[in-house]
Design a protein around this ligand. Structure first.
Ligand SMILES: C[S@@+](CC[C@H](N)C(=O)[O-])C[C@H]1O[C@@H](n2cnc3c(N)ncnc32)[C@H](O)[C@@H]1O
Length: 259
């Protein structure tokens, strides 16, 4: 999948030319703009706002709420995340924290693979976690006893030190303003086990950083790499993820000593 790395999707020129190229998508975009404006008015705090977006989207369709255009695509995107981590050394005895686990698009595969109790999923949206419980039931994974927990923020204070070998956040920072990502970087090192790694995807731009409707955020790689460094972590861009049919890019964060 080719990435458009220079477009500023928030600019008027881009929006007009997009509307001319895709007129059928305009009504949906207008409806979304109106809804998001209302939700932002009611919840000025970003996490509360995005929780409200997820509530509205999940009520309509949980798969679509996490970005799946169809069940086939939902399954394929989950498999892509799982296969990538498996190829990078994920083992059944690892303990995994999934940030923004959604309705377990990838999570159910991790839960099936890891030892019982070794998967811990967190999300800001209780509604999508209810849908995650449905996924567990549909996949017959009750015996794996994963933990699914709603969170207010990413300060992670309720989790133990050095617990997780693998931390995973797919399509979460693509919906997060920089202070949310920074909060995660400030605390992730404490819960990451020695030798562990934290992979996250992000929407990459090589032009101006921008956002669309405060739902989709576009960052330069250097911004995220240097933010991780400021928090005593080592971060690197994952070139091999670029070969996969996915619109986002991936960064891996480790303890500085392991980098
Ligand atoms: C696009 S969905 C992706 C879900 C899942 N990672 C996947 O790949 O299917 C983004 C998820 O991240 C959650 N989320 C967004 N911001 C978050 C934050 N700051 N902390 C935790 N979860 C967050 C949303 O509620 C949503 O479930």
């Amino acid at each position: 999948m080719s990435k458009n790395l220079t477009a500023n999707r928030s600019s008027l020129t881009h929006r007009v030319s997009y509307a001319l190229r895709h007129p059928a998508r305009v009504p949906r975009h207008l409806r979304r703009t109106a809804r998001d404006t209302w939700l932002r008015y009611r919840s000025p705090d970003h996490v509360a706002y995005y929780r409200a977006v997820m509530r509205s989207d999940t009520r309509r369709d949980p798969d679509a709420a996490v970005g799946g255009r169809s069940r086939e695509r939902w399954l394929a995107l989950g498999a892509m995340q799982f296969d990538y981590l498996l190829g990078h050394g994920l083992r059944p005895e690892h303990r995994m924290l999934e940030i923004g686990c959604g309705n377990l698009r990838a999570g159910w595969r991790f839960i099936e693979y890891l030892r019982p109790g070794h998967y811990y999923g967190i999300d800001i949206s209780p509604d999508i976690l209810f849908a995650a419980q449905n996924t567990l039931q549909e996949q017959g994974l009750q015996d794996r006893l994963p933990t699914l927990t709603p969170v207010r923020d990413l300060s992670l204070g309720f989790l133990p030190d050095g617990r997780f070998d693998v931390v995973h956040a797919h399509s979460v920072f693509s919906h997060s303003p920089l202070p949310v990502i920074e909060e995660c970087f400030a605390h992730i090192g404490r819960v990451l086990a020695p030798g562990g790694w934290f992979d996250f995807t992000f929407d990459r731009t090589e032009g101006a950083e921008h956002h669309v409707l405060r739902e989709d955020f576009y960052y330069r790689t250097e911004t995220l790499l240097s933010l991780a460094t400021e928090h005593g972590l080592t971060a690197r861009f994952m070139d091999d993820w670029e070969n996969l049919p996915h619109g986002q890019s991936k960064i891996r964060v480790t303890h500085r000593a392991d980098g």
